[in-house]
Design a protein around this ligand. Structure first.
Ligand SMILES: [Zn+2]
Length: 423
């Protein structure tokens, strides 16, 4: 469908509030050309217009695990027993099944208001080391019309100092030369309007520090964002201390020139003083509340990160459930339950809707290095349309609409999404 030239929704999310009488002009190139006050009647009655949600961390193939591994033979099942189920799934994949699963996951993302996915991709190889699964992700995203930042993961050890296990062969990053030459190949395949690349070191378990430093240095030279799983599990911290005499975060601070292109995913068990030092570099944190709950990981110190000025973004990670509204809700509610206090993600005016929506939009866009996440001139026209007459929003008006959507609504209130102005 060709982009509409202008949208006048009943309410538009601009500068952290829903405002009436706003016209958003969309240019032919799919970017926002104007945002201005208007007296003209709405083109979209009973619709609230928000920036599209940005899913900063996904492993699309894990959508196939939904409901699997949820029967518990032993009382002590945790992340590590889940990982065994994931490795079983990895053995079954071929191009067709991966394409089908990724398309399903990306479609669900759009239906839940997500217009961009940061696909943290480590399942690379179909046969031998052919990198054959990489373009499958780009193809699936193009089919669904979701914007994608393909975060290409480097993964070379099965644990600190261990070779890759048989189940991990399909993740093999081989060596830096092979990794970067594949990145050059992918760069020639991406559709520049909606697709970009980013760099990933899977985790401290999967990448030795010397190679991590080289990978990060090259990503900075190429001006690409860099993502890494960090301190999701206490066992990872313990193993890192035993091997290198420091935590993963301390190692990052010691060995890398961290900046705002760096995003640590999880930071569930990060030491508060190391977290403060990490955030001072401008680096970011991605939290995945639904997956962390599903895996029994624990709760990150979200109020601590916010009070240190940290920028948190959100990800659907294992895709056990795909809902940005629920990610926001659980982020706040997890903290309420743990601390027996309310308003844990509040700003200086006591508002949580603004803070949580920033996490779900602009913070994710910045983490992925895309110019989206806000209804502002020059940004991508990536938008989500919300039905103000949805049953779960009935009776809400004014300042209660955004908190009601975050805390009380679900995907049924989302009418449609636009990516680059295209419905
Ligand atoms: Zn992950």
């Amino acid at each position: 469908m060709t982009p509409p030239t202008a949208i006048r929704a009943e309410l538009t999310w601009v500068d952290g509030a829903l405002r009436p009488g706003i016209e958003v002009g969309i240019d032919a190139d799919g970017r926002i050309g104007s945002v201005k006050a208007t007296d003209s009647p709405p083109t979209h009655e009973r619709i609230a217009l928000f920036p599209g949600f940005v899913n900063a961390h996904s492993h699309a193939f894990q959508r196939a695990l939904r409901g699997r591994g949820e029967r518990f033979e032993r009382p002590d099942e945790d992340f590590w027993s889940w990982r065994e189920a994931m490795y079983e799934l990895v053995q079954e994949m071929d191009r067709d099944s991966l394409k089908r699963i990724a398309t399903q996951a990306f479609s669900e993302m759009r239906r839940s208001g997500m217009t961009t996915v940061g696909e943290f991709h480590y399942l690379h190889h179909d046969r031998e080391c052919d990198w054959g699964f990489d373009e499958v992700m780009l193809e699936a995203a193009a089919e669904v019309g979701i914007r994608i930042v393909l975060l290409q993961a480097y993964y070379v050890t099965g644990g600190i100092g261990d070779p890759l296990g048989p189940a991990q062969k399909r993740f093999d990053g081989q060596n830096p030369e092979a990794y970067w030459s594949n990145m050059d190949r992918l760069q020639s395949l991406v559709d520049g309007r909606r697709q970009r690349l980013g760099v990933v070191a899977h985790s401290i378990r999967a990448v030795p520090p010397d190679q991590l430093a080289l990978l990060h240095e090259e990503s900075r030279r190429r001006e690409l964002v860099f993502h890494m799983h960090v301190e999701e599990q206490p066992a990872e911290i313990k193993a890192c201390k035993e091997a290198y005499g420091m935590t993963p975060t301390a190692l990052l601070l010691d060995r890398l020139d961290l900046d705002n292109r760096f995003t640590a995913v999880h930071d569930t068990h990060t030491d508060p003083s190391e977290m403060s030092r990490y955030l001072k570099c401008g680096a970011r944190v991605c939290i995945c509340p639904l997956t962390e709950a599903n895996l029994g990981d624990g709760l990150a110190d979200v109020p601590g990160i916010i009070s240190d000025g940290g920028r948190i973004c959100l990800g659907s990670d294992s895709n056990a459930r795909i809902s940005m509204l629920e990610e926001m809700r659980l982020l706040e509610y997890g903290q309420r339950l743990q601390q027996q206090r309310r308003g844990r993600c509040r700003d200086s005016e006591g508002r949580i809707d603004r803070v949580l929506l920033d996490m779900a939009t602009i913070n994710g866009a910045d983490s992925l290095g895309i110019h989206a996440g806000r209804i502002e001139v020059g940004r991508e026209a990536d938008l989500v349309l919300v039905d103000l007459d949805a049953p779960t929003l009935v009776g809400c008006d004014g300042d209660s609409i955004a908190p009601a959507m975050i805390l009380g609504a679900s995907e049924e209130c989302i009418v449609s999404t636009m990516v680059g102005g295209v419905v």
